[in-house]
Design a protein. Structure first.
Length: 155
């Protein structure tokens, strides 16, 4: 019978390779640059050929972050000047749907339901924590559209 070995001895080299990989650096730079508000609505999906693909909880987030990608890349460079990310790509949805696309039935007008007021109120509450005023207003506008109410009527 062989002597038991420490897990760090067995996995040490593998862990060092993973931690120092471009993917790990890309994910780490993303996490440091975005802050908790965006982190709650996104997650990195993959990194390859200089592009970090990020899954967003909604198309609104994906659209807004696409517009802010230059600023996000600049912030990533501030936090880690040697990060390998050259481009950001944002997709809406979960990784379970392949490319994050909605099924065809979800696109039809008859399959859409108005979100519950409680969900709108919770999203509004969470959006107040966003430090970027432009993003906060865009989220508020999207929520007003989803609730089918004028923005000023949302509390």
């Amino acid at each position: 019978m062989t002597e038991p070995r420490r897990l760090s001895d067995v996995l040490g080299g593998t862990i060092r390779r993973v931690v120092s990989s471009d993917q790990a650096r890309a994910y780490g730079a993303w996490a440091k640059a975005i802050g908790p508000e965006i982190a709650a609505a996104t997650r990195p999906r993959r990194f390859g050929r200089g592009t970090l693909t990020v899954i967003c909880e909604s198309s609104v987030w994906a659209n807004e972050l696409t517009y802010l990608s230059g600023a996000i890349l600049a912030k990533m460079s501030e936090t880690d000047p040697a990060h390998p990310v050259k481009r950001l790509r944002f997709e809406a949805g979960s990784s379970a749907g392949g490319q994050g696309e909605e099924p065809p039935a979800a696109n039809s007008e008859s399959s859409r339901t108005k979100p519950a007021r409680a969900a709108i109120d919770e999203a509004l509450r969470r959006s107040e924590a966003l430090s970027d005023e432009q993003l906060r207003e865009s989220v508020r506008a999207a929520l007003a559209a989803a609730a089918e109410e004028p923005r000023e009527r949302l509390s």
